[in-house]
Design a protein around this ligand. Structure first.
Ligand code: 5GP
Length: 117
C-alpha cells in the first residue's frame, strides 16, 4: 500500500489551503459538504491526523471518526427530513477510493429516491 500523501485535497482543506463548506469540527475530526453530492446533505467526515484510509488509521483516530459520523448521521436525518442514511467508506483505488485521506460519506436518503451516480 502506498504511503500518506500530505498534498491530497483533504489535507489541503485541513490546512486551510482549499475552501470547504464545514459543518462540524472538533479537536480530532472535521466534517464538510461533499463538492459533488450524491444526494442533498452528502457530508464527508475526516480525521485531522494523517491517515490514508481505514487500512492504516490509528485506532483512536478511527474511534473519533466513528463518533463524529454518528453525530453527522443524526444531524442530517433531522436537517434533511431523511427516512434513512447511507454511510460509505472506500479504501485504495480498487476499493473505489479517489481522495487518499481517510473519509466517511454520510448521505441522507429518502424512500424511493436513488443516489446520483
Ligand atoms: P472517494 O475517495 O470516497 O471515492 O470519494 C471522494 C469524495 O470526495 C467524492 O465524493 C468527491 O465528490 C469528494 N471531493 C473531491 N474533491 C473534493 C473537494 O475539493 N472538496 C470537497 N468538499 N469534496 C471533494
Amino acid at each position: 500500500m502506498a504511503t500518506y500523501d500530505p498534498n491530497n485535497i483533504f489535507a489541503k482543506i485541513l490546512r486551510g489551503e482549499l475552501p470547504a463548506q464545514k459543518v462540524y469540527e472538533d479537536a480530532h475530526t472535521l466534517a464538510f459538504m461533499d463538492i459533488s453530492p450524491r444526494a442533498p446533505g452528502h457530508t464527508l467526515i475526516i480525521p485531522k491526523n494523517p491517515a490514508r484510509n481505514l487500512l492504516d488509521v490509528e485506532p483512536d483516530d478511527l474511534a473519533h471518526v466513528a463518533v463524529t459520523s454518528q453525530k453527522i448521521a443524526q444531524a442530517v436525518m433531522k436537517a434533511f427530513g431523511a427516512d434513512g442514511v447511507t454511510v460509505q467508506q472506500f479504501n485504495e483505488s480498487a476499493g473505489g477510493q479517489v481522495v487518499f485521506h481517510l473519509h466517511v460519506h454520510v448521505i441522507p436518503r429518502h424512500e424511493g429516491v436513488s443516489l446520483k451516480p
